[in-house]
Design a protein around this ligand. Structure first.
Ligand code: HEC
Length: 334
């Protein structure tokens, strides 16, 4: 009783001091009591969803079309897969010499009446200069970034492919990315940065996996608005090691804003990065998934290590997060 009164007082004095924030606090979870899930993120190269859905590119096409998850075929071999792309042997036009093929990630999750809490741990890697980036670093301000995507249950293929359904051949630095000079005509997406960001297939009037030129076939805004209301999006939150927490979603494009009801924190501990996160269970922001005890959600993780940006990240296959429910990652109530 006394303790909770004290923390309420501390919290309110912090608020009065002007540090007003609705972001949940990363409270003292007893992480030692929470079971760990170990997974291996891998370097995906230029394997877009269009690549996945083309038999001459991807050996798993038929089973994936029948309903198998990426996880079912690949969860035990991602380190070997990453080695093929990172070396340029498969689906990678601009390999980075010395980049690691995979990153082992330990994930823990817990929740209480208000928030989901997560803890991520992965080994710090050696630096490899990027030949095509100034100073050898693509994002010199951020040694690492860690992102989490959650499927609200309505995006086609997301339940069995996680992030892949939002990764396209015409995205930034991908094989059929439109030239910057061709971007001007696109309606419904912001291309000022000079490239097309991630999107879900439902946001387009066409999804041609052969021509792979769907980026500018954006549905009318009213249809996109309806999709944002009914849950046809992927929830996205991200930690930047420069200190920022971001949140947003992917629908017609990637939308990221400063975290309002999500707060990440991260630091190096010995030879590891440890990142923790707290996010509201309730959905208070557009494109944020409401999480409920007793339910499972498809999630995907990405780590940009070694000052990487864009597609030069390491990613997980689709995983299930269950809040005291079935899933590779089990969030336990604390
Ligand atoms: C039925 C099992 C199966 C499913 C489901 C499946 N794949 Fe594959 N995948 C394969 C096979 C087989 C290969 C070819 C392996 C080879 O050539 O050695 C492959 C190759 C790959 C590769 C290239 C790396 C490599 O080892 O050749 C990537 C990347 C990949 N799959 C990603 C995915 C993703 C992402 C999904 C889900 C969207 C998925 N796969 C679903 C069986 C599957």
């Amino acid at each position: 009783m006394r303790l909770s009164l004290l923390s309420t007082l501390v919290a309110s004095s912090v608020m009065m001091a002007g540090a007003v924030s609705a972001a949940p606090k990363i409270k003292d979870i007893n992480w030692a009591a929470v079971p760990a899930t170990k997974t291996v993120l891998f370097y995906p190269g230029q394997t877009s969803i269009e690549w996945i859905l083309t038999g001459t590119d991807h050996g798993g096409l038929r089973a994936f079309k029948k309903g198998d998850r990426c996880f079912e075929c690949h969860s035990e071999e991602t380190a070997d897969m990453g080695a093929k792309m990172v070396s340029g042997a498969k689906a990678e036009k601009t390999p980075i010499p010395g980049k690691r093929a995979s990153v082992p990630l330990t994930v823990k999750a817990a929740y209480d009446a208000d928030n989901l809490y997560m803890r991520f741990e992965f080994p710090i890697g050696a630096h490899a200069d990027v030949p095509f980036a100034k100073g050898g670093k693509m994002d010199p301000d951020n040694e690492i970034k860690l992102a989490m995507m959650i499927d609200a249950g309505k995006v086609d293929m997301a339940a069995r492919s996680g992030c892949w359904t939002s990764c396209h051949s015409d995205n930034r630095d991908m094989p059929t990315a439109p030239a910057a000079t061709a971007l001007g005509g696109a309606k419904g997406i912001d291309t000022k940065a000079g490239y097309v960001t991630k999107y879900v297939p439902e946001s387009r009037t066409q999804f041609d996996t052969a021509k792979r030129d769907n980026w500018d076939k954006v549905k009318p805004q009213a249809e996109l608005d309806a999709m944002l209301k009914n849950g046809t999006f992927l929830d996205l939150t991200r930690f930047k090691s420069s200190g920022a927490s971001e949140q947003g979603y992917i629908l017609a494009e990637r939308v990221l804003k400063p975290g309002a009801d999500v707060a990440y924190s991260g630091k190096k501990e010995g030879d590891k990065w440890v990142v923790t996160m707290a996010r509201a269970l309730k959905s208070t922001q557009p494109g944020s998934v409401a999480l409920e005890a007793g339910k499972s959600y498809t999630v995907g993780f990405a780590v940009h290590d070694d000052f990487a940006a864009g597609r030069f990240h390491h990613v997980s296959v689709d995983l299930k997060l269950g809040l005291d429910a079935e899933g590779e990652i089990k969030a336990v109530k604390q």
